[in-house]
Design a protein around this ligand. Structure first.
Ligand code: NAD
Length: 244
């Protein structure tokens, strides 16, 4: 049996990059997956490919009504929610001088408020079950400062902090909350920003970018009972990017 046998998971941003890798790995490990995204075509195509244990729901993580619909829809389809992976996020690579207030507020709305709303809305269900795991995608940019990440870094440090506070609030209810900190991972996000080619980031100890599945394997571990005594902490999956 897989390490997520019978678990029901919601994965946001599941149409691309690491979210899609999470969806594939979770289904391979025996989970039932609701993958959500703004990108309906790619999300529906992946769900169809993954078969009866996967379903797609359109979702803007910055919308409270969307969260209500997705969580209710998951319960209707699969009966419960064991795992929430708050993976959806956006990157804006600009210096402090070039970042507009509108850009700063947009990144906070999606990367921070979206994660807060998802956690807040799934908690009553998980409390009633007496168990649950919330995995929040932060970043190396939530651990160290990097050039041209003023707004992104603010959002990813916030995710790291909310993870710790939520883990304190929810531990007695049997709910674990963790943050994942990828370094430079080859996905459409980094391809679009030029991070992997521009040489703007310091070299990782392992001297290469990571793959989306190398992160998904750690997300699956975090969500599984193998991590039963792991909560509130950073799982750094960066090939040694933040060591120096
Ligand atoms: P990606 O751009 O390939 O995929 C992100 C997905 O999120 C897309 O399908 C997009 O449509 C979706 N999305 C964006 N805004 C949304 C919204 N408001 N509601 C719902 N869905 C939305 O990105 P990725 O590289 O796979 O990144 C996934 C997560 O990992 C993000 O939170 C990102 O910040 C984080 N991260 C990425 C890297 C990296 O090197 N790629 C490193 C560290 C952290």
């Amino acid at each position: 049996a897989g390490k997520l046998e019978g678990k029901v998971a919601i994965i946001t941003g599941g149409a691309s990059g690491m979210g899609a890798a999470d969806a594939r790995r979770f289904v391979a490990e025996g989970a039932k997956v609701v993958l959500t995204d703004l990108n309906v075509d790619a999300g529906e195509a992946l769900a169809a490919e993954l078969g009866e244990n996967a379903v797609f729901m359109s979702h803007n993580v910055a919308s409270e009504e969307d969260w209500q619909r997705v969580i209710a829809g998951t319960v209707e389809k699969f009966g419960r929610v064991d795992v929430l992976v708050n993976n959806a996020g956006i990157l804006i690579m600009k210096s402090i001088e070039d970042t507009t207030l509108a850009e700063f507020e947009k990144i906070m709305q999606i990367n921070v408020t979206g994660v807060f709303m998802g956690m807040q809305q799934v908690v009553p269900l998980m409390k009633a079950q007496g168990s649950g795991v919330i995995v929040n995608m932060s970043s190396a940019a939530g651990i160290v400062g990097q050039v041209n990440t003023i707004a992104y870094s603010a959002s990813k440090f916030a995710v790291r902090g909310m993870t710790k506070a939520a883990a304190m609030d929810l531990g007695l209810a049997g709910i674990r909350v963790l943050s994942i900190h990828p370094g430079s991972i080859a996905t459409p996000m980094t391809a679009a920003s030029g991070v992997s080619e521009g040489g703007q980031l310091p070299l990782a100890a392992l001297n290469r970018s990571g793959t989306a599945d190398e992160v998904a394997r750690v997300v699956a571990f975090a969500a599984s009972d193998d991590a039963a005594y792991v909560t509130g902490t950073e799982l750094v999956v960066d090939g040694g990017l933040t060591l120096g």
